[in-house]
Design a protein around this ligand. Structure first.
Ligand code: ATP
Ligand code: MG
Length: 330
């Protein structure tokens, strides 16, 4: 039997090119090699924002964005966190196995509190990693694809699994974090280290040609280069980083040629940006076309989530029953 994977996202808005580089590209590969569950972590979205007025739309965007890039609901199981109450019951049980200071020391908590200027974390934010552990362990996932920042959550999940197994008997496999080497962080169009929707520096997978053209035209390049005849830097230049990330095989030679010219001051920013616009549109066009088709299929997202959640939930029910039996609660 192929190994199981659980991965997911918080429905906090549309997906962008950074998400493609950092997770979707990898999911496209994983869906053919593993049994993959993709969780829409709507409860986790509440840990930093309790306003749920646009959450339905965010969930829809999240699913449409993923199917548009080629993640196939026939291959993966899309499920909604709040539709699986058994995971929350598991989380309560797991919370008894985790010392409170262990959660207070999580580096992710410190980062979120600093970034969002939260002085007093809610109980929900503090116990976020415990619910994540329940999501992973409810399907007995073996592998969890995460960014480097989330490794600590997978470590905690292993500790919980180990502790449960040692007290109540072998139940859970110890999941491992899957961190693909080649995945980097895509910078924003403003040159900041990370493209992020809250920083307003993102190109979205659902952006149309006009939006892409305008964002690329304003893009940060090499600030030390004043004239197009000045030698330019390609290494820390988002325009060239995007060309490398999204250029198709047939574009590689031209990209190398542009890099050489740029380094020697033989090509201007405008020309390179026009080329980047072409490369991004070529990458985004099939995604846009698929999205336009999908949007016409009434109820597609709802049906995908309903079926997927039902399947994941039946796994969670089974796991919870076994857990309660092992604990002699039933
Ligand atoms: P927010 O601004 O609300 O923090 P975001 O646009 O940064 O949103 P997240 O939801 O924080 O997106 O990102 C979820 C995951 O997507 C990250 O853990 C990471 O794996 C991946 N990701 C997001 N942005 C990038 C990026 N610029 N480069 C590579 N991976 C990214
Ligand atoms: Mg972020």
């Amino acid at each position: 039997m192929s190994k199981r994977i659980l991965t997911g996202d918080r429905p906090t808005g549309k997906l962008h090119l950074g998400h493609y580089v950092g997770s979707l590209k990898n999911r496209l590969k994983l869906q053919d090699e593993y049994e993959v569950f993709i969780l829409v972590a709507d409860l986790h979205a509440l840990t930093t924002n309790v306003d749920t007025s646009v959450i339905k739309q965010n969930i829809k965007d999240l699913i449409l964005d993923q199917i548009s890039v080629g993640i196939d609901p026939k291959k993966v199981t899309f499920c909604v966190q709040s539709g699986i109450p058994e995971a929350q019951e598991l989380a309560i049980i797991f919370s008894m196995l985790v010392p409170k200071p262990r959660l207070e020391r999580m580096p992710t908590l410190k980062d979120v509190m600093r970034d969002l200027k939260i002085e007093n974390p809610s109980l929900g934010l503090l116990s976020y990693p415990v619910l994540m552990a329940a999501d992973i362990l409810m399907v007995k996932a073996n592998l969890v694809p995460v960014g480097k920042d989330q490794i600590s959550h997978v470590e905690l999940t292993r500790e919980i699994a180990q502790k449960f197994n040692s007290i109540y008997g072998e139940m859970f496999p110890l999941p491992e974090a899957l961190i693909p080497e080649e995945l980097g962080t895509l910078p924003g169009v403003d040159g900041k280290t990370k493209m992020s929707k809250s920083l307003g520096n993102a190109i979205f997978l659902s952006d149309n040609e006009k939006a892409v053209r305008e964002k690329v035209a304003k893009m940060y390049t090499d600030p030390t280069r004043i004239h197009s005849t000045d030698p330019g830097d390609v290494k820390n230049n988002p325009v060239f980083i995007y060309l490398d990330a999204f250029g198709a095989q047939e574009d590689k030679l031209k990209i190398e040629d542009y890099k050489e010219k740029y380094k020697k001051g033989k090509i201007g920013d405008v020309e390179v940006k026009q080329y980047l616009t072409y490369v991004l549109d070529k990458f985004l066009n099939p995604i846009r076309e698929r999205r336009a088709r999908l949007e016409k299929e009434a109820g597609l997202v709802e049906k995908t989530l309903e079926e997927g959640t039902k399947k994941a939930r039946s796994e969670a029910i089974d796991t919870l029953n076994k857990v309660k039996e092992a604990m002699k609660l039933i």
